[in-house]
Design a protein around this ligand. Structure first.
Ligand code: SF4
Ligand code: SF4
Length: 102
């Protein structure tokens, strides 16, 4: 396989087809009992989807939840899962429709 820069430059690039492109979406799943309220997931979410809950878990830690008005904003990048030291937050993909129809 040709892995040279020249090969990369010869690769045809095409504009995104908005009729078929889909914006990924995710559903946020939190396991409150595992959360230690480090807030990494909240601070590093690129979509600012998460906030600390008002209620605490059994140890008094305020676990993350989806912020008001942010339902449907998660892009399933899974960064929150990656940075969580307690494996307390996950996302699962949600079916989406193309970014533009017609
Ligand atoms: S998957 Fe990405 S966009 Fe969704 S809540 Fe986690 S960090 Fe935010
Ligand atoms: S990164 Fe994990 S432990 Fe830290 S606040 Fe988020 S869910 Fe809780």
């Amino acid at each position: 396989m040709d892995t040279t820069v020249g090969a990369a430059l010869r690769t045809p690039r095409r504009p995104v087809n908005l009729a078929t492109a889909r914006v990924p979406r995710g559903r946020v799943l939190v396991i409150p009992a595992r959360c230690k309220a480090c807030n990494y997931c909240i601070e590093f979410c690129p979509q600012e989807v998460l906030v600390a809950s008002r209620e605490g878990n059994a140890k008094g830690y305020h676990y993350p939840e989806v912020a008001e008005g942010k339902d449907g904003e998660c892009v399933h990048c899974q960064f929150c899962s990656l940075v969580c030291p307690e494996m307390a937050i996950f996302t699962e993909p949600v079916e989406t429709t193309p970014a533009r129809t017609g």
